[in-house]
Design a binder for this molecule. Structure first.
Ligand SMILES: [Fe+2]
Length: 272
């Protein structure tokens, strides 16, 4: 074999491996967390689905890759942690998902920075559609999950300007006899959340740090956290609090592809 033929074959192998890694890294993954130590009381176990950072990306015809899993798992509650819509991509894929969710389970939403980066009229349109789809917006609000001692609190994204006001409002609603769950977009404000008795804190935004190095680096870069972010994705446990950062579902919305950082649909199960 001639030298230049060997060089071509080497390049083809590198290209093939790279394409394989990118395809693998973009396959949807289901991630489960189970907690039996948060003081949950209720009728049987409670299952919550956490969807973040969809960025209006494509998950099959009519978003059925996500919907099929949700139908199969039948969560009691669906929580949307912001950046479900995107400021660059059309709204269609987000709409297709959201319109189907409330038929599966009561669905609650907080916004993210990308929704807030939309022109004001488009942002208002997004909130109008969310409500029209039957999803409840939880900015500065909380909701009791029926037949359980679980209460979910929501705050809007700091880029909307009401984050501190919302956090102050939900703190006023905290009840120590509940399992208090905070739904927020931003993980980097964990120090603020920790000042209050939330039992479980759910966030997104970091996109898993976009690239991971298996077993070595849990995320290379995340917005607002920079290089090698502390809270790129996964479960972080503090003394009394559990903090889940979803790697989210963004795919074609980002210019740089995911590497070893599969998009994820998260389920959190509480048992007594
Ligand atoms: Fe975000």
């Amino acid at each position: 074999m001639k030298k230049h033929q060997k060089a071509i074959i080497k390049r083809l192998i590198v290209l093939f491996v790279l394409v394989f890694i990118i395809i693998y890294s973009n396959l949807l993954k289901v991630v489960d967390y189970r907690f039996d130590d948060v003081g949950y009381q209720g009728d049987g176990k409670l299952s919550m689905a956490l969807i973040t950072d969809l960025h209006s990306c494509y998950y099959g015809d009519n978003q059925h890759w996500l919907i099929d899993i949700l139908h199969k798992r039948q969560p009691d509650v669906i929580l949307l942690g912001g950046d479900i819509y995107d400021d660059q991509l059309p709204f269609d894929n987000a709409d297709k998902l959201l319109t189907q969710l409330p038929a599966i389970a009561p669905t609650y939403y907080v916004d993210g920075n990308h929704e807030n980066w939309l022109p004001k009229s488009d942002y208002d349109e997004v909130l109008r559609r969310i409500t029209e789809h039957g999803v409840t917006i939880l900015h500065g609000q909380s909701v009791q999950i029926p037949n359980s001692n679980v209460r979910v609190y929501g705050v809007s994204d700091p880029d909307g300007g009401s984050f501190d006001k919302d956090l102050g409002a939900v703190v006023q609603q905290l009840n120590p006899s509940n399992v208090n769950i905070l739904l927020t977009h931003r993980p980097e404000y964990i120090d603020k959340y920790q000042q209050h008795p939330f039992d479980v804190i759910l966030a997104g935004h970091a996109h898993g740090g976009q690239w991971r190095v298996p077993f070595l680096v849990n995320g290379v870069y995340a917005p607002n956290q920079g290089l090698f972010p502390k809270y790129a994705g996964g479960l972080y446990e503090f003394d009394r609090q559990k903090f889940i950062v979803s790697r989210g579902l963004a795919r074609e919305s980002t210019k740089i592809p995911r590497m070893f950082n599969r998009p994820e649909l998260v389920f959190i199960e509480l048992t007594d």
